[in-house]
Design a protein around this ligand. Structure first.
Ligand code: NAP
Length: 223
């Protein structure tokens, strides 16, 4: 069965990715900021390895890649992210912005660089980056959310370059939007539906769609 590595499995969409892939018989490497408190992830039945990873710690990403050297990873799901808060214009929290860039933008590229050989050695060869329609410049009609929007817009730019650079190695690179998923109380899309949708998109996409930005319901989004 394919092997999947998912980041940010302490809670939210990451736990659901790990749960669904494990339920389908995949070998799952679920990385958590703190495996000690990630009880829901540790309780998932199946072939699940829970490993520690802070994606803002570039040396830790390299160390994990070293620890997993020689292991093929079919689907790398870069899911870890910080989504809140969204201070308005005039009240920008610059420390938070730097933290969001480290977790949402810079860590994911390092993940791709550190794990490219693991993915290239696999059968499926997929790198999926959980982005957000908040990162779409074309769809930004409401302003605000400077830190989050810029981190996800930057991630989209990273996805596009990765798609071009890794095409010769036949690696499919995608930016995915989960919908407004109910890891947030007022949201609309059930978490299981969001993750099932993103998994279906990953399964459906062929190599020529590398560099696409797709929502959980397979709707293409403008950059
Ligand atoms: N939910 C939505 O509606 C929605 C919409 C668009 C995009 N997204 C994106 O979807 C992804 C998952 O979001 P979510 O809703 O599941 O959010 P969430 O419930 O806050 O979960 C985010 C996960 O990332 C982890 N994390 C935070 N900082 C990390 C770091 N430095 N290293 C490793 N893991 C870290 C969190 O760990 P802790 O629990 O320990 O903080 C948590 O497990 C994010 O990239 C988010 O931007 C979500």
């Amino acid at each position: 069965m394919p092997t999947v590595l998912v980041t940010g499995c302490d809670k939210g969409l990451g736990v659901e990715f790990a749960r669904q892939y494990a339920a389908d018989g995949h070998r799952v490497i679920a990385t958590c900021l703190d495996p000690g408190t990630a009880a829901a992830t540790r309780a998932i039945a199946g072939d699940v390895r829970v490993m520690k990873l802070d994606v803002s710690d570039l040396a830790a990403i390299d160390a994990l890649a070293d620890a997993l050297r020689g292991e093929a990873i079919d689907i790398l799901v870069s899911n870890a992210g910080i989504g809140r808060p969204h201070p308005p214009f005039g009240r920008t929290d610059y420390a938070l912005w730097q933290r969001m860039l480290a977790v949402n933008l810079i860590g994911p590229l390092r993940l791709a660089e550190a794990f490219v050989e693991h993915v290239a050695a696999s059968r499926m060869k997929v790198m999926a980056f959980v982005s957000s329609r908040m990162g779409s410049i074309a769809l930004n009609l409401t302003g605000g959310s400077y830190a989050y929007r810029s981190s996800k817009a930057g991630l989209n730019a990273v996805v596009k370059s990765l798609a071009v650079d890794l095409a010769p190695r036949e690696i499919l690179v995608l930016a995915l939007h989960p919908g407004w998923a109910k890891t947030e109380p007022e949201a609309r899309v059930d978490v299981d539906r969001s993750v099932a949708g993103m998994r279906a998109v990953i399964d459906r996409c062929s190599r020529h769609e590398t560099g696409s930005f797709l929502a959980f319901n397979d709707v293409p989004l403008p950059w």
